[in-house]
Write a protein that binds this ligand. Structure first.
Ligand code: ASP
Length: 315
């Protein structure tokens, strides 16, 4: 494949019911600023000839540190009132990957996922063992309330009320804010990373797609790198991230065709709601979603753009 761009980077900050009437102009501005800073963090690495792995990790780390997203600081609350974090990262050259679920103390889950990727003895770890291993490997450990924000606490309290009310069916407003990034570097290597606090009021022990390679995250230099966001159960059942890759590698679809088929025809027809960002080996980008909106942006060596709905957002 001949590359169209020197590098490409694409990020998301979650999909779901993002309604103009429910986000204030100030909040929207702060979210867009964070998305731009995340792109800049990844771009810097790619401009200097760094790897796609380092770029997606830096872009996601920035969003984990922002309280505006459901990942790292700002993560949602579980049923028992904890923050249980999940992340995964994969590179497309050797298909190496790292993933963690239900961690409660790792400040930057994406950095831990990256260091797991470089071990031969483990791909995925969960629960308190993930916290212990991260600490042993020198990652920054924090108390669980480091992840607290009053916004997420209120959302959780509201979700608990709704959960008790069987007539309330639409929980989609409570989950937006998972973050992810995909990149192609100047050597043509691909990588993808995703990080989340999962679904608001989730059952303890529940594992979502963001922690699962092939479902929420996938990268393969033969096809593409993908990071997903939305109701994890559908993304797991539809193995969305690897489905996009397989449609390209084995059925010859373009990145855009494969992404649309995965989101609308496959996962969408099951009842799934969400989206994905993806990049292929030529640097083409897809940002496909079937929800009301998706925080997202991309940058290449020639352009940088941010979106929430269909129209480009200027800041
Ligand atoms: N996919 C995430 C999960 O199910 C949530 C999200 O992307 O909003 O845990």
């Amino acid at each position: 494949m001949t590359k169209k761009t020197k590098y490409s980077l694409c990020i998301h900050g979650g999909a779901g019911v993002i309604d103009e009437s429910t986000i204030s102009a100030g909040e929207k501005e702060l979210i867009l600023q964070d998305l731009e800073k995340s792109l800049k963090a990844g771009e810097k690495i790619l401009q200097e000839g760094g790897s796609a792995v380092d770029a997606v990790c830096a872009a996601v780390e920035h969003l984990e540190n922002s309280e505006h997203f459901n990942a790292g600081r700002g993560a949602v609350y579980s049923r028992n009132g904890k923050h249980l974090l999940e992340a995964s990262l994969m590179e497309g050259r050797e298909l190496k990957a790292g993933a963690l679920a239900n961690s409660s103390k790792i400040k930057n889950p994406v950095k831990f996922a990256k260091s797991l990727m470089n071990r031969d003895d483990i791909v995925m770890i969960s629960g308190k063992e993930s916290d212990l291993l991260a600490e042993e490997m020198g990652h920054e450990i924090v108390e669980n309330d480091y992840f607290h924000t009053s916004f997420r606490k209120e959302q959780w309290q509201q979700a608990q009320k709704y959960a008790a009310d069987e007539t309330f069916l639409d929980h989609s407003n409570f989950k937006k804010g998972t973050v992810g990034a995909v990149a192609m570097d100047s050597d043509g290597n691909l990588a993808a990373a995703t990080s989340t606090g999962g679904m608001t009021n989730k059952m303890e022990g529940r594992i979502g797609d963001s922690a699962i390679i092939g479902c929420g995250t996938y990268a393969n230099n033969n096809s593409c790198a993908v990071s997903c966001t939305g109701i994890g159960e559908f993304f797991i059942r539809a193995t969305v991230a690897s489905y996009v890759s397989n449609l390209m590698e084995f059925a010859g679809l373009s990145l855009e065709e494969a992404s649309k088929k995965a989101i609308f025809d496959h996962h969408g027809k099951m009842g799934g709601d969400g989206g994905l960002v993806a990049v292929d080996g030529e640097g083409n980008i897809s940002m496909t979603y079937n929800s009301a909106g998706m925080y997202r942006g991309f940058s290449t060596d020639t352009t940088r753009k941010l979106f929430i709905w269909d129209k480009e957002e200027k800041i």
